[in-house]
Ligand binder design. Sequence first.
Ligand SMILES: Cc1ncc(C[n+]2csc(CCOP(=O)(O)OP(=O)(O)O)c2C)c(N)n1
Ligand SMILES: [Mg+2]
Length: 370
Amino acid sequence: MASKKKTPFDAVKVLEQIEEKFEMFQILNEEGKVVNEDAMPDLSDEQLQELMSRMVYTRILDQRSISLNRQGRLGFYAPTAGQEASQIASHYALEKEDWVVPGYRDVPQIIWHGLPLAQAFLFSRGHFKGNKSPEGVNVLPPQIIIGAQYVQTAGIALGLKKRGKEAVAITYTGDGGSSQGDFYEGINFAGSYNAPAIFVVQNNQFAISTPRDKQTKGKTIAQKAVSAGIPGILVDGMDPLAVYAATKDARDRAVAGEGPSLIETLCYRYGPHTMAGDDPTRYRTDDMDTEWEKKDPLVRFRKFLEEKDLWNEEKENEVIEKAKEEIKAAIKEADDTPKQKVTDLMEIMYEEMPYNLNEQYEIYKEKESK
Ligand SMILES: Cc1ncc(C[n+]2csc(CCOP(=O)(O)OP(=O)(O)O)c2C)c(N)n1
Ligand SMILES: [Mg+2]
């Protein structure tokens, strides 16, 4: 039986008071109407159109990637449809000198940061050339180890601070990733050193088949920021304007020397976890899919732009055609890239080949020259 003993403080109330603060931040509702005029970001008409173009392009890239994977022309692929606002609008708030530290689902952000599409396809095929970004393109290869990118980001951000750069490091994980030790280590370290980092959790409701409510007893993931003493914000991750505004604010504070932020974007992945064979119908209902599809970021942003006469079918078709052409050219470039050799891997691994590998290296060189 519960005791009625008087306690010196109400611990449960403290938690409730904290959780009350984490309301979902939204600017554009599901109908494409602005519901939070005060928070409207300062974006020109051209920028709004560019943001839409990038989201449409990314949706096409996702559809094509799924189909190329089914044809056996791509390897590892984690679908992105449903997450365009979370991915593209957060990236849109960045500058070229910022560092993007992606997880495996975050290929769109690194492409928009400058990684050539052909290289993204090579990454999917496990080719080492996919992982070496061109000079001046500040991206890391997509991280497969869940949460590890949070620790790397704290380090990169501290490096930027020590070098006096006016830039941030941004990283992405999922709802599942927020349960990893690396998640806490990353946000805590960056907080302690006031490092210019932005930590995004794309809460797409599932970690493979594990539902969000199994990840934490907390009502939100954003509130985990409290433990690190950094600002946390819960954002409608299907609303591009809200995601942009939240990320822009986090970036402004970071470059002003105010340290890191944690942003949770509430979103949904329409497709399977990856193309490796999971079946979402085993862990999700049609009703749930339909509910989330009503929140679609492209649909609501299209309505918003059409209302302002900034978007139409013709514009959208132009983007779709451009995306298809570029994807076709990039896959050809990936096809034309010479297959990787064992000697390539040995060469890129060492500046100077260790003596005990010399013999093997010579054997492969001989074999591969035939
Ligand atoms: C350290 C580690 N543990 C387990 C896995 C296997 N794994 C791959 S994806 C995944 C789920 C991640 O879910 P979430 O963080 O929500 O990201 P999402 O895939 O939904 O974008 C798991 C457990 C892994 N890659 N790394
Ligand atoms: Mg997830």
